[in-house]
Design a protein around this ligand. Structure first.
Ligand SMILES: *Cc1c(COP(=O)(O)O)cnc(C)c1O
Length: 377
């Protein structure tokens, strides 16, 4: 059996090596390392894929979130609602810009931000909501967009884990995550579903004015060279990364299918075990399984992970500490127990190997190892 890895970037690369190597050689040959034709090509192909008017490439997913917030011209103290059960970047950029992160709980079954909790957190100071399509499954966007419309709040989708996933709205339209809110953000970190060989990110929007502004912000606040109309930052996707991403984009749906196949295998293996709760899937949302995350129900999660590791099966915890319990984000507004679902999940979830190269032999071995552990309890 092949070695089991959380993510198998090597196996994925080997299948597209000739294409990738040729594209990289071309970038090196034409030396257009920054803003070269590879960036334009990827941008336009991604716009087509997502059905979105504008893709603004940038340096990473965290920057994508930051420049999206900057484009909204908010004032210090304005409130931005997001989930406490996510990767830190989502809240980090809010805090960095001197805005006030308002954290809310998630749903216990889907791990995604709770619509009820958002409703309860809205105040006259709320200026934006950042729903996170956690682990690759779209948040029910109709509900978010309705709330945002009623209260005149901007929506920035954190689609860093969900590129390629879609959501079918009440109008029957199927849209890709990141193309539904005012802006959508993604990351091309190597282990993400569309991963570069380094860092990368992008913002998506259907709005021309926002697109204009975002392009200025990522480029030192300038439209005409050396004339700076806004305070911006320097955040670029380089041409080598774009060339690789352009090739991988052609395979993205195939990659998602491979991930779903592995997820189905896991779902099926644990369907009769009450000690393992498999991830909930919404009817109207695709799940592209950036992570396959389970809940250990009444069994010792840490012992289970230890056992798996001893069998050479990697397993990880995403995320062990919700944001309101992180040292840097401790805040008198929040205390332990305020977000029971997020706290419960952080103590009981674990994620199994999930990538495009898992074969049935590996999947069987992983599942058998878990069942062996459960049977020994
Ligand atoms: C990865 C990730 C980010 C940040 O992306 P980087 O490219 O690493 O900066 C933000 N939000 C979520 C939910 C992520 O998973």
């Amino acid at each position: 059996m092949k070695e089991i890895r959380m993510v198998d970037l090597k196996g994925q690369y080997e299948k597209i090596k000739p294409e990738v190597d040729a594209a990289l050689a071309e970038v090196i040959d034409n030396t257009a390392f920054i803003n070269g034709p590879a960036v334009k090509s990827f941008q336009s192909n991604l716009e087509k894929y997502l059905g979105v008017k504008h893709v603004i490439p940038c340096a990473n997913g965290t920057d994508a979130l930051q420049v999206s917030l900057m484009a909204l011209d908010l004032k210090p103290g304005d409130e931005v609602i997001t989930t406490t059960f996510t990767f830190i970047a989502t809240a980090e950029v809010i805090a960095l810009l001197n805005l006030t992160p308002v954290l809310v709980d998630v749903e216990k079954d889907s791990y995604n931000i709770s619509i009820e909790a958002i409703k309860n957190a809205i105040t006259p100071k709320t200026k934006a909501i950042i729903p996170v399509h956690l682990f690759g499954q779209s948040v029910p966007m109709d509900e978010i967009m309705n709330l945002a419309k009623t209260h005149n709040i901007a929506v920035i989708e954190d689609a860093c884990q969900s590129i390629g996933a879609g959501y079918t709205g009440k109008d029957g339209m199927y849209r890709k995550t990141g193309s539904i809110g005012d802006m959508g953000c993604t990351s091309f970190f190597p282990s993400k579903n569309l991963g570069a060989f380094g860092d990368g990110g992008a913002v998506f929007t259907q709005n021309d004015a926002l697109a204009d502004k975002l392009r200025m912000i990522v480029n030192h606040g300038m439209k005409v060279r050396y004339y700076h109309d806004e305070i911006g930052i320097n955040s670029r996707l380089d041409s080598m990364q774009a060339a690789i991403l352009d090739i991988k984009l052609r395979h993205l749906d195939e990659y998602a299918a491979a991930r779903r196949k592995a997820a189905d295998y896991y779902d099926n293996a644990f369907k009769d075990r009450e000690e393992i709760i498999t991830p909930y899937r919404y009817e109207k949302s695709d799940h592209v399984f950036h992570q396959y995350t389970l809940v250990a129900n009444g069994v010792d999660r840490n012992k289970l992970i230890e056992y798996l590791n001893s069998k050479n099966v990697p397993a990880m915890i995403y995320y062990p500490v919700p944001l309101h319990q992180q040292k840097a984000y401790l805040d008198p507004r929040y205390k332990d127990g305020d977000f029971p679902n997020s706290e419960y999940l952080s103590q009981n979830v674990f994620s199994l190997p999930m990538h495009t190269e898992l074969d049935d032999e590996q999947l069987k071995y992983i599942c058998d190892s878990i069942i062996d552990f459960l049977n020994a309890q």
